[in-house]
Design a protein around this ligand. Structure first.
Ligand code: PEP
Ligand code: MG
Length: 317
């Protein structure tokens, strides 16, 4: 079975009935860059740049950042590399003030940090297919301000003679309920969405991501989560934008067939989850899954959804 999986590292991610998907990697530590090809990654779907900034005693220069982003781009020369600007905030920053805002809102309040990182990303953009992603977007206004700052830095770099990639996608994470509800409007401004199910589930259920006794893998199957995701996928596609999901939900076996059938374009998962997911996708038919999704969305709780998908998968086997 190991060997069978290994052979899938270079196979395409296509369903039994011919629909094409992408499986990208979540990169949380730089050591993972060397393993991307062997793991079968079709790009990086979430590069968590936070790791660069974890040690407050060690200042990180613009040059340090250019080198780090260049290394990520060169690790996947034929694929898209989505680098998320740092998600400063409680669970990502040891010793941080727990009442602070996080993600894009926090960065807008720290313009030097934001501008430095955007400059480094723009300078690295010539080394591959870079996409820049903003975390924790909640309002159209804050996303537009971030886009404006990015544009200003780009103009300044170009005026100073630095080459910058022409094709640069800029997207946002969908991990606040506000972003779900406004996804149709965000889709006009963002080149792509990436659903952060870890935080989205926490905020949908008013639970606590790190300390909750609730089983996270269990809650992602709640129809409320499925409905939110379906809504966001439809909003993205209505504007011709692509959409990924980069939270843990993308690795949950009983969620994967539903995400596939709802039309998610890309799954971004930890390295070890890539090949098993590709194997599953290649065995499924999206057309046959449609009635299952319809049923799941009409159920009342996650237990019922789990039973439904389990029974369906058992019938396929
Ligand atoms: C998420 O919130 O689902 C996500 C992928 O981002 P992070 O886990 O880094 O907060
Ligand atoms: Mg998150």
């Amino acid at each position: 079975k190991q060997q069978e999986l290994g052979a899938l590292a270079t196979a395409t991610t296509v369903t039994a009935d011919g629909s094409r998907y992408q499986i990208a990697a979540n990169v949380t530590l730089p050591a993972e860059l060397k393993q991307l090809a062997q793991a079968g990654a079709e790009g990086i779907g979430l590069y968590r740049s936070e790791y660069l900034f974890l040690d407050p005693a060690r200042p990180v220069t613009e040059e340090d950042q250019v080198a780090a982003y260049k290394a990520a781009l060169l690790a996947m020369p034929k694929h898209r590399v989505v680098i998320r600007v740092q998600d400063l905030g409680a669970d990502k920053q040891p010793g941080a003030n727990l009442v602070t805002d996080r993600g894009i809102r926090r960065l807008l309040a720290e313009p030097v940090i934001l501008r430095t990182q955007l400059r480094a990303l723009l300078r690295a953009s010539v080394y591959g297919q870079l996409a820049i992603m903003f975390p924790f977007v909640a309002t159209i206004d804050e996303f537009q301000r971030a886009l404006e700052i990015l544009d200003q830095e780009k103009r300044k770099l170009v005026a100073a003679g630095h080459p910058v990639a022409d094709q640069l996608e800029v997207g946002m994470m969908i991990e606040t309920p506000a972003a779900v509800l406004m996804a149709d409007q965000f889709a006009k401004y963002a080149d792509f969405f990436s659903i952060g199910s870890n935080d989205l589930v926490q905020y949908l259920f008013a639970t606590e991501r790190t300390t909750s006794p609730l089983n996270h893998h269990y809650s992602v199957l709640n129809p409320a989560v499925l409905r939110a995701i379906r809504q966001v996928i439809q909003a993205a596609h209505a504007e011709g934008k692509w959409i990924s999901l980069c939270g843990e939900m993308a690795t949950v076996k009983l969620a994967q067939p539903l995400l596939l059938a709802m039309g998610l374009d890309e799954f971004s998962v930890p390295l070890a989850a890539i090949l098993p997911l590709r194997q599953l996708i290649r065995s499924l038919s999206v057309r046959q899954l449609q009635p299952l999704v319809k049923k799941a969305l009409a159920l009342e709780n996650d237990d019922e959804v789990a039973e439904l998908v389990e029974a369906w998968l058992a019938k396929q086997a």
